[in-house]
Design a binder for this molecule. Sequence first.
Ligand code: ZN
Length: 334
Amino acid sequence: MLLDERVQGWLDVPHSERPERLTRTYQLLERSRVLDALVRVPAREATVEELELVHPASLIEKVRAASERGGLEWVGPEARTSEGTWTAALLAVGGLLEAVDRVAAGELDNAFVCCRPPGHHASADQAMGFCLFNAVAVAARHLGGRVAIVDWDVHHGNGTQEIFYADPSVLFVSLHQDDLYPKGSGTLEQRGDGSTVNIPLPAGTGDLGYQYAFKQVVAPALRRFGPTFILVSAGQDAAASDTHGRMSVTTEAFRAMARETKLLAEELCGGRVVAFLEGGYSLDHLPICTLAIVEALAGLTPSWERDPLELDVPTRLGDETKRAVDAARNAAGL
Ligand code: ZN
């Protein structure tokens, strides 16, 4: 849900994709002491050559020049820059590259990359939807081999899909709210060369629906593909209190998906998995959902048994969700 630009001006509403997303998440990781059990790796800036693994010089230069001019400037649909954007964008991509290099080298078991801005709406030549450069796509190209990308952001990762649509060496699996953003993107018919698997889900899907989709479609798709490395586009905007989606998901669905992904990585590719923060705009829910993911990836005891927010969410698998998941499984030939 995006507030009309004009109304945002009247109300002086802060932009959803704002620094507090990271500062509050980091604060929770620190205060919960979960951070003490982890290895902290500073992000580095990606080089222009690394960005060029995916993006043409024209887009890179457009973002750099707009950011250098300093004021708010549109560089694509729902994508703008301001002073400092260029450095933040390089750190987000470089932070992910640093993490995948360390995991590939066996220096870390797995990793969660807590950076911004997100990247999965950015196609090769267009910034879009708060995304400037597609970090996960750059990391997949940087890694080489057979990379599987699991995207659980509530919006469809149209940029990632487009970049790898005709590339059988990269599997793209997306769970998202049906026809939310971008409109018309992420349908069952969009299958590319067969290595694109879309799972459009109805609003109100809830925890059990996500777990059903994971078991019925994501896991078999990964097993059929046989990845050498798994990347997760971890957007936590399916969370129940996030106004950008309507999926009624709690912290425990994110914990379960992270745990399942870690198990699949151990089964298929020596445990090599790195999750990158995409969306997630509820300043209450993003930190606790991310903490649950980090705990699962690190194999830590959960800090709570159920979502700390009091939520009115579905407690059963709905018929409409089950039909949607079964249709996705059939479309993917699984
Ligand atoms: Zn999103």
